[in-house]
Ligand binder design. Structure first.
Ligand code: AMP
Ligand code: ZN
Length: 435
């Protein structure tokens, strides 16, 4: 096994030892921020309270609302003149969450990102195109600096302008890309629409993340583009992308535990859950100096995959994100994640690349309308055939979610495609209908 850096070779004992050391240093540092100084004082936390990694449970959780209230600088542990960059989380409601980085923070982050890209199989001689938005979103510059750190020639293509993206891929013989799952399928469709075969593009591997997607979607993207797809997870509160990333084994995302402490809790009781059980991911930045965040409730639902990864790395793995606890909606008393619907749709070859879930109400009854794009090849004019397919999709969805949806078949490429994270659910039920 070829490693990028030494922390990848650490045993569990080494990881635990380093985590304890770094956690103690983190507490000292965090006390310099107005927010944590107050938080720790309220909870009676002093540097002496924290000796082992398990002692982290004495510290209260940090929530998104806390971070909103800290906007813009109340999380800072260093003088403002030390900051060299800021990013925001991509939430569309409420006040933003802003994270500022020191020079050292950017270096640490680029190093973690480069390590992850190396684990995926990228090497210095790859040509890499970053096809996600730049700007406040961390998927732009975060991925970019990691790719450069690894030594790849990096094309900051950004999001959108699909024809130009395709031209760059071909002209520069791009072998690696970073792209959002919804956009990856759109690009493949566009190549087909140009009368070309997307499997003939020079790309070999893709980092795909920033939003939830299913295993079925991964296989579809792999098939459409004849590439390998690796899941990549992160959030601005924890630097950005590269917190968790798959290795070549494609069997869950390693969380780099030399830089992050990972916990899974029951979102209702806040109890720690054992490996293998699905709950809310809670993360702590161990190495950020400018604005570390401690025990952050991410709202992302996943589980720790028990056992060792075939690659030999001992950093634990999380399963793909089921969704955010706030993505879940309740229809007729049933809890539903959009990913359950995606999983069914993307396993059916007649179904195209895009879908939209609309929750509607006629005043007395809530319904779910699933608008499903058809593959061009399968859009028959035969009404009976379409009706059969519609019923089959509705049945398969019922088996998964125990609610019968209204299925509406639409033409390929007719649903909106987002340049950023896809919006999968539109809730038109009004205040009363909302869960
Ligand atoms: P941002 O606010 O842009 O930093 O977005 C962070 C959020 O994006 C995370 O908390 C997740 O909800 C989501 N996210 C990022 N990467 C992934 C991924 N690979 N799979 C699922 N969700 C993801
Ligand atoms: Zn692995």
């Amino acid at each position: 096994m070829e490693y990028y850096d030494i922390a990848e070779t650490w045993s569990r004992d080494q990881i635990a030892g380093e985590q304890a050391k770094r956690l103690r240093a983190l507490i000292q540092r965090a006390m310099r921020s107005p927010f944590y100084a107050r938080r720790f004082a309220e909870a009676g936390i002093t540097p002496d309270s924290i000796k082992t990694v398990d002692d982290i449970r004495k510290i209260p959780f940090t929530c998104k609302d806390d971070l909103r209230q800290c906007y813009p600088y109340a999380l800072a542990c260093v003088d403002r003149s030390e900051f060299v960059r800021m990013h925001c989380s991509s939430g569309t409601t409420g006040s933003p969450v802003a994270i500022c980085y020191t020079q050292k923070d950017l270096e640490t982050w680029a190093g973690l990102m480069a390590r992850g890209m190396h684990a995926v199989g990228f090497r210095k001689n790859d040509v890499f195109q970053n096809m996600s938005g730049y700007g406040l979103f961390t998927g732009g510059l975060g991925i970019h600096y990691g790719a450069e750190r690894l030594g790849m020639m990096t094309i900051p293509a950004g999001a959108g302008n699909t024809r130009r993206q395709i031209k760059l891929l071909k002209d520069f013989q791009v072998t690696g890309i970073h792209i959002l799952p919804s956009y990856a399928m759109h690009v493949a469709e566009q190549v087909r629409a140009m009368g070309e075969d997307p499997r003939k593009l020079p790309v070999k591997r893709a980092l795909v993340g920033a939003e939830p997607y299913t295993e079925e979607t991964r296989r579809r993207i792999e098939e459409m583009l004849d590439i390998k797809v690796y899941n990549n997870f992160g959030m601005s509160e924890m630097n950005g992308p590269g917190v968790g990333i798959e290795c070549e084994a494609q069997s869950g995302m390693h969380i780099w535990e030399d830089s992050y402490i990972l916990e899974i809790i029951d979102p209702d009781t806040e109890e720690l859950l054992p490996d293998g059980e699905v709950g809310e991911l809670v993360l702590t930045n161990l190495t950020r100096e400018g604005m570390p965040v401690i025990r952050y409730r991410t709202h992302d639902m996943t589980k720790i995959i028990p056992g060792d990864c075939p690659c030999g790395r001992k950093h634990r793995r999380i399963d793909r994100i089921l969704g955010r606890s706030d993505d879940m909606f309740i229809l007729k008393g049933v809890n539903i994640y959009p990913m359950q619907i995606e999983q069914v749709l993307m396993s059916m070859p007649e179904v195209g690349q895009n879908y939209l879930i609309r929750l509607e109400s006629d005043g007395s009854r809530d319904t779910m309308r699933v608008m499903v794009e058809m593959c061009n090849a399968n859009f028959a004019d035969d009404i009976r055939q379409l009706k059969t397919l519609q019923e089959r999709i509705a049945h398969r969805l019922f088996d998964e979610i125990l609610v019968t949806p209204i299925v509406e078949l639409v033409h390929a490429n007719s649903l909106p495609v987002s340049e950023g994270k896809a919006k999968r659910v539109v809730d038109l039920r009004g205040e009363n209908g909302k869960a």
